[in-house]
Design a protein around this ligand. Structure first.
Ligand code: SAH
Length: 399
């Protein structure tokens, strides 16, 4: 634990100095209390479908984030500061000792701030549109010990580029790749479409559930590796994958869950709309020597509609949509394809509840609900649900 973090004398648990100001965490009660809060919420919203299993919490719920983003600005004295935007406004809050982030990130950011000063690299000012460095993204891999630094700049011109890269690599031999991403406009913390690899391969590789995954700067990748293993294990076990089973892995990202199913003998199609993630997914299939998985770059709803129109089939549908949940077209088509099992991995319990209600109307019964604490100290709840098709849909009530 970082030496700057103070322990609460009553609970012995760490207290973050930035809590409330930065907005990254929303819960700061003792960890056991956080788990109770999440369990109760999951039960309140989902126990009408099936009993909710006890939430899987972390043993050490700190410094779990393998993805760290920092914005840059200047304080009142003109010194370069880094952090994230305040939850309530547009003020940059310095977060030098975040309790959630991988501890390898903060020293790199400290070095970068010093180099920005020495090499006269200006932080980008969102209000005036001047300056260069918009934000940084650091991705770390726990299993392979790799570290990727992405410098997101407002223009391609990066002064003293070679000196900057050399100095960063010298101070931090743990950095395995440095990428410059050019993002001339857009909201804070977004990435532009153009990337230039300044050092290393431009990607990092991580290992989960016995598979290796190559990850590009823009691809989605779960942020809590220890809990992701448990989440994926739970999803794949629920799907009961055997040799020859056909699987659709919808919203597949870099192909992670589908790849684990393919390794167990399933024949898999992964669907994902982010082109970088699809490219990574295809490379990951090769990396893992899997020939029974392929990927389709498409909107998951459109893909399912087309498959349903063609009279397609799958035994198991795995779906891991973003917070907005699945689209009505997706759910309608899932009901037409009628897989025996649907494994729904959700990062937002409100949309999960909405979509489960819809699937229930189409004849599915929820038979397992497992919350997993992927985001300690935040209100986020990740849940795996298993739905199984029951021949007759629930009878309609007559008035
Ligand atoms: N299962 C993956 C990714 C889950 S995150 C994993 O565990 O890593 C959700 C993914 O859905 C993201 O990769 C996002 O790019 C993708 N996505 C969002 N909307 C989509 C849509 N309409 N169609 C297909 N993919 C979509």
């Amino acid at each position: 634990m970082s030496k700057h973090i103070i322990a609460d004398p009553a609970t012995g648990e760490p207290v973050c100095r930035c809590f409330k100001r930065c907005g990254g965490c929303q819960l700061q009660e003792a960890y056991a209390g956080q788990l109770t809060y999440k369990q109760e919420k999951a039960e309140r919203m989902l126990s009408k479908f099936a009993p909710v299993r006890p939430i899987l919490g972390m043993e050490h719920p700190y410094h779990y984030r393998n993805k760290v983003q920092n914005l840059f600005g200047r304080d009142g004295k003109g010194r370069i500061i880094s952090g994230i935007f305040q939850s309530t406004g547009q003020k940059l809050v310095a977060t030098d000792d975040c309790m959630l982030e991988d501890e390898r990130a903060a020293p790199i950011i400290r070095t970068l701030k010093k180099l920005m000063h020495d090499l006269r690299i200006q932080p980008y000012d969102l209000r005036t549109g001047t300056g260069l460095l918009r934000h940084t993204l650091i991705r770390t891999s726990a299993s392979a010990g790799e570290v990727m630094l992405v410098l997101v700049t407002a223009s391609a011109m990066l002064p003293s580029k070679n000196n900057l890269v050399k100095a960063l690599c010298k101070a931090h031999p743990e950095i395995t790749t440095i990428v410059q991403n050019i993002c001339p406009d857009g909201r804070p913390l977004t990435l532009g479409t153009r990337s230039i690899t300044l050092f290393g391969s431009g990607t990092i590789t991580d290992e989960l559930c016995g598979c290796r995954f190559r990850i590009s700067p823009a691809s989605f990748y779960q942020v809590n590796p220890a809990q992701t293993e448990r989440l994926y294990r739970c999803a794949v076990d629920a799907a009961d994958i055997r040799e020859g089973v056909t699987v659709i892995d919808a919203y597949c990202g870099t192909g992670t869950i589908g790849m684990i199913c393919a390794k167990q003998g399933a024949s898999v199609i992964g669907v994902e709309q982010n082109p970088d993630a699809v490219r990574d997914a295809a490379a990951n299939a090769k990396l893992n020597r899997l020939s029974s998985i392929r990927f389709c770059r498409d909107d998951a709803g459109k893909f399912m509609e087309q498959l349903a129109a063609e009279g397609g089939h799958c035994d198991v549908l795995i779906m891991d949509p973003p917070r907005a949940g699945a689209s009505p077209a997706f759910l309608r088509s899932a009901a037409i394809l009628r897989p025996k099992k649907i494994v729904y991995v959700s990062c937002k319990i409100e949309t999960l509840e909405r979509d489960l209600l819809q699937l229930k109307k189409s004849g599915y019964q929820v038979t397992m609900i497992q919350p997993v604490d992927m985001f300690p100290h935040t209100t986020g709840i990740e849940t795996v649900c298993l739905l199984e098709y029951r021949k007759s849909a629930p009878a309609k009530k007559h008035k």
